[in-house]
Design a protein around this ligand. Structure first.
Ligand code: FAD
Length: 276
């Protein structure tokens, strides 16, 4: 059974990185992604890189989808960015609150992603399809799981068309989250975000900071491999493929891969799933 998929990249910081990412994308286009999204750095570091990378993707004949975060932004700066994206042929946006680097404070004219979604709809009507972030294991700053589900529902009422989840390694958390949304009358597609496992230390550190739980047994197995990267990759592909199989069997509408700008780990999982 086939399953649509999408891919996520981050903007490279150097000309060499730009070239390398072009080559990575060419390999990943074999998967026929529905769209390719590009992250956006709140606080400024990668904002122009997002636009440049999206333009590259559109120039390659694919759907380029910029992430847009609103923290620290003014209505005017968002208005300008929306207009640039429209001119660049962009039809879809991932709308986020974002996280400012420490020391930046809050600032700006938007508080939550729902404010950004409402603003985009008010300014551009139905031009953009809007995706928003979803947290099956609950956003780390949420008052409670219920409050976080309500916050997601608010983004949907403001005009979002789909959710993309933070990555997770526990399919039950995803199924439970979707059930809870349906009980609240929220029917839009929620696409699982999939993190292929390619390294151990980086994954464990990053997961701690973004609130994604790495189950104890996976953590212990990864740590036991030390720097044996072949075993980490093989075990990681096993774990992630098995989870994707469960998501597919349980009705996930598609899969969104956090590629980390690498082709190999995503291609390997897709090959095992019969999608490559
Ligand atoms: P929101 O939906 O605004 O939620 C933020 C917090 O506020 C949550 O705890 C929520 O429960 C709470 N909340 C929301 N509304 C209310 C309300 N009305 N009252 C009280 N509490 C409320 N970050 C980047 O900087 N750049 C990226 O490109 C990027 N891409 C991402 C892509 C995906 C698919 C995901 C899942 C995350 C991404 N992030 C990115 C991370 C994201 O910006 C952070 O997780 C951020 O902390 C929250 O963003 P959000 O859009 O979910 O915020």
């Amino acid at each position: 059974m086939s399953l649509p998929l999408s891919l996520e990249f981050f903007p490279p910081k150097t000309p060499e990185g730009v070239e390398k990412l072009r080559a990575v994308r060419q390999k990943l286009y074999a998967l026929e992604p529905e769209f390719c999204s590009v992250t956006f750095g709140a606080g400024g570091s990668t904002q122009e890189g997002t636009l440049d990378t999206v333009r590259d993707i559109v120039g390659e004949g694919r759907r380029g989808v910029p992430h847009l975060s609103c923290i620290g932004q003014t209505q005017e700066s968002i208005r300008q960015r929306l207009s640039i994206y429209r001119e660049a042929g962009v039809k879809r946006i991932v709308a986020l609150r974002g996280d400012l680097p420490s020391g930046y404070g809050i600032g700006g004219e938007f508080r939550y992603a729902s404010d950004l979604v409402a603003f985009i709809r008010g300014e551009t009507g139905d031009h953009f399809k809007i995706a928003v972030a979803a947290y099956p294991e609950t956003h780390p700053q949420a008052r409670s799981p219920q409050a976080d589900l309500d916050a997601f529902a608010t983004k949907v009422r403001a005009g979002a068309n789909m959710g993309i989840t933070q990555y997770f390694f526990n399919a039950d958390a995803y199924f439970h989250f979707v059930d809870e949304l349906r009980r609240r009358g929220v029917e839009l597609p929620v696409v699982p975000g999939i993190m292929p496992i390619a390294t151990s230390t980086q994954l464990l550190r990053f997961s701690d900071s973004c609130g994604a739980e790495v189950p104890r047994w996976i953590r212990m197995r990864l740590e036991s491999f030390g720097d044996d990267s072949a075993s980490i990759k093989d075990f990681g592909a096993d774990v992630v493929t098995a989870m994707c199989e469960r998501l597919r069997a349980g009705g996930a509408p598609s899969l969104h891969f956090y590629t980390l700008n690498q082709a190999g780990p995503t291609l390997e999982v897709c090959r095992r799933l019969g999608l490559a």
